[in-house]
Design a protein around this ligand. Sequence first.
Ligand code: RFL
Length: 403
Amino acid sequence: MTASQKALRAQDSADVVILGAGPAGLVLGNLLLSAGIDCVILERAAREHVQTRARAGYLAEHTVRILERHGLAEGLRRQGQEHRVCEFRTVHESFRLDYGLLGRGEQHTVYPQHELVTDLLARYLTGGGRILFEAEALAVLDADGPRPSVDVRDADGRPGRWRARYVAGCDGRHGAARRSLPEGTIRHHRDHGVTWLGLLAEAPPSLDAVGYAIHPRGFAGHMARSPEVTRYYLQVARGTAADDWSEDRIWEELALRLRAADHGPLTRGPISQRAVVDLESDVLEPLRHGSLFLVGDAASLISPSAAKGANLAVLEAEILAHALTAALRHSDPAPLDRYSERCLAYIWRAQEFSHWMIRLLHADPEGAGGDSMFADRLRHSRIETLRTSRTQQDWFAENYVGL
Ligand code: RFL
């Protein structure tokens, strides 16, 4: 019998059913496992897909501390790279901020998200954790009652049902947890009117810093992922398809916006992945509906401009793990009652900073209303304040790395 066939037995159950094996689901699974809580993870994709999906890379110190606290940081300690400088380039000037010396003196650890996911998964399986791949959650049922359940479908389309005491929706923005929320759940949503072409280049980093180019032709970004791989972003017109740009055109435009002529050439290499990202944010309120809890991207989608999504996912997973342990081990429901409020405070703070970054890096989108020159002047002033004011730099550093 295959793992997914086992999922189809009618009476499968676990105290906590976790939907999704991203950073949120796997951190939660590991923490529950070490607390001796009976849990299972249901993951729609195949294991290979989960372990190779390149996404985030910048982990805040707070995130590293959580992972360390629970013995989950071995890989990132071994292979992660410390980053603490970002460089802003405009057509007028460029300046660097060593945020490791500003604010709280914290820095990022760069460690590709799929490597972290691979580590977390290995650890979960070694500890005896249960996980079903290619098991898609369809709906969470009876979340308001004492015995919720999750309808699933395996890769061959066969249905099954998992019974639970609690369900953790760690299945991202298009998952079943969000679809199962009652009518009237509040979803605060903002489309920032900006689109990025996200690129992974098989090329060493071109700068020893995160690079942010603020250019009349649009934003361009440079972020190291490893000594061999670099992520680049190019702001493109809404509606652009991922394959619309040739590799030559991409490198020329990156070089132009990052002002390679003044600062040195970019190290080119094959573009191995490309994706179009419309910058959008949303927050669901509340993050709890009866026995169903939203975690990570399922709780709040945050534009990647400030690299907060995976960091929030890990933080929320730890908060929920403690709360579920208190409820299931010590019959103390109070931390679960506080889960939504606690997490929303972090989420809104991260959203606010991410919004500030978007307005720093991009011109006002067309149709935003008002005088676009006015918005441009404001943006110029914002950059100047960041360049010249130590107070503003401290604020930036604290929010850039912190949560
Ligand atoms: P994930 O990682 O999306 O995992 C959700 C999992 O759920 C599965 N799933 C289902 N499983 C069962 N049934 C269903 N119905 C299901 N529907 C979905 C999926 O297959 C998947 O395995 O969510 P999670 O765990 O909440 O983690 C969130 C982070 O992945 C995300 O916030 C970050 O990647 C955002 N982000 C970044 N965050 C950072 O903190 N630092 C960064 O440097 C950073 N860079 C980025 C990013 C996101 C990016 N994209 C995707 C726009 C760069 C990019 C390009």
